[in-house]
Design a protein around this ligand. Structure first.
Ligand code: HEM
Length: 445
């Protein structure tokens, strides 16, 4: 007995309805899912991009999907997506190889590394200089500006590129996000690949013979990658390494910049939240020992930003940047009297959880305090999956939160801003700002 639902037209299934934009400027569950949940209940079948898919808004099924990774379910994204991200990207890796790559990333972007490396300082520098530049301009389109800032920082941390050199790469990534469909056109000889080759070559040339000698030269993630692929018996192939770098660059800038732009807009729309946030950051500055101002934010100060963390959680709950998390079944899965056949896709639907009024009362309201005293959700839970869940929980969550917190710190303590237009959101079903978000930023003194 299959779950209820319609498979739509032959071949295209319900793909067109799934991607048709919801332009009602609301955070609500995408219309496609909302209507079917009302009609069929929390688990229904459909057909997307040529695949039979079961959509889940069911807490227990979601939990099972995250917990049974590699047993009953495995990561699966539609072919078109995989072609773009690379057949050997981390999302396509399973079992031991997946864990190996994940740990490689966490050694660089995980919380210990963020605390012990120069990351805090580098993020601070990027944020302070961007805001300073923007405050001299008559107007800033915030989504584009924040994307540029986050991209340049990521390109620096991943590939050691200076902003002046990441421009070409940035352009092709921005184009990529603008039209996922047209992106394959950029693949042969993309700026990214030539850039990677050039960077790899230069590391090899400067590092001289002997893999380990090269490590640590630039202090970027590519150092770790080069160290891996030049081992005597490398586990990681060149292709895996390229695909990993590509995915990291993509996953790091698009997500964080959307969340940050939305956070700024939500703060502008909710002055009492902005005030509480400002008090938290002003207090940090006040409590700082005299003479320490020039040293910048410390890790302890960062960890004391509890309301900021609630603002970020509430922003990503409403943003639902990942409108669907995809898996496929490895065997027939029995669930509440239904069978999900082996090989079918399963889409966990975070918006249906994050906007469920029995979990989050008054779910469309921006209310960061609802996350007060809930630090456990920082690693994801049944009710909070903005960064995924289980084995594949986002490896960049800590890096992303660090960037957002430091940005908000500088924004609220040094600047004020006013809305000049835009800020409307649309879901396709990913979050977009079709008219941008135009603001004027000025130094607050
Ligand atoms: C607001 C910011 C972010 C959001 C909302 C977000 C969301 C997510 C989600 C929902 C997943 C789970 C995907 C799945 O289970 O299939 C995920 C995985 C992942 N994220 Fe993020 N992410 C963010 C920032 C970042 C950053 C900054 C990086 C890179 C440094 C990153 C890199 C990755 C990678 C590599 C995966 C793993 C894919 C896998 O395990 O197959 N993310 N992210």
């Amino acid at each position: 007995r299959l779950p209820p639902g319609s498979m739509g037209f032959p071949l295209v299934g319900e793909t067109l309805q799934f991607f048709s934009p919801d332009d009602d400027d609301s955070f609500d569950v995408p219309r496609f899912v909302r209507h079917r949940l009302a009609r069929y209940g929390p688990v229904f079948k459909t057909s997307l991009v040529g695949h039979a898919v079961v959509v889940s808004a069911d807490e227990e099924l979601n939990h099972m999907v995250f917990q049974q990774e590699g047993q009953l379910f495995q990561s699966w994204y539609p072919d078109s997506f995989v072609e773009i991200l690379g057949r050997d990207n981390v999302g396509e890796q399973q079992g031991a190889m997946f864990r190996y790559l994940k740990n490689m990333v966490l050694r660089y972007f995980g919380p210990e590394s963020l605390r012990d490396s120069t990351m805090l300082r580098d993020v601070e520098h990027a944020v302070a200089s961007s805001l300073c530049t923007w405050s001299t301009l008559p107007a800033v389109e915030l989504k584009e500006a924040v994307s540029t800032m986050v991209f340049d920082l990521s390109a620096n941390k991943l590939l050691g590129l200076e902003p002046s050199r990441s421009k070409v790469l940035r352009k092709s990534f921005f184009d990529f996000v603008r039209g996922l469909i047209s992106f394959p056109l950029y693949l042969p000889g993309t700026a990214y690949y030539s850039c990677m080759q050039e960077r790899k070559r230069s590391v090899l040339v400067h590092g001289g013979p002997g893999g380990n000698e090269r490590a640590g030269r630039y202090g970027d993630f590519l150092d770790c990658v080069v160290q891996e692929i030049t081992r005597e018996k490398p586990l990681v192939t060149d292709k895996m390494a390229l695909d990993l770098m590509f995915v990291l660059l993509f996953a790091s800038f698009h997500t964080t910049s959307l969340a940050l732009t939305l956070a700024v807009k939500l703060l502008a729309d909710h002055p009492h939240v902005l005030e509480e946030l400002t008090v938290e950051h002003e207090t940090i500055l006040k409590d700082r020992k005299a003479g320490r101002e020039s040293d910048g934010i410390t890790w302890t100060e960062y960890k004391s930003m509890t309301f900021t963390s609630q603002v970020i959680n509430e922003t990503v709950r409403l943003a639902n940047i990942a409108p669907g998390i995809f898996r496929k079944t490895l065997k027939d899965v029995q669930f509440k009297g239904y069978t999900i056949p082996a090989g079918w896709g399963v889409m966990v639907c975070p918006p249906a959880v994050h906007l469920n009024p029995s979990i989050y009362p008054d779910p469309l309201t921006f209310n960061p305090s609802r996350f007060k005293d809930k630090p456990e959700i920082n690693r994801g839970s049944r009710h909070f999956m903005a960064f995924g869940g289980g084995l594949r929980f986002c490896v960049g969550a800590d890096f992303s939160k660090l960037q957002m917190s430091i940005f908000l710190h500088f924004l609220v303590t040094r600047y004020r801003w006013k809305n000049l237009g835009g800020g409307k959101i649309v879901r396709t079903p990913g979050l977009e700002f079709p008219d941008g978000y135009h603001v004027q930023i000025r130094h607050s003194d």
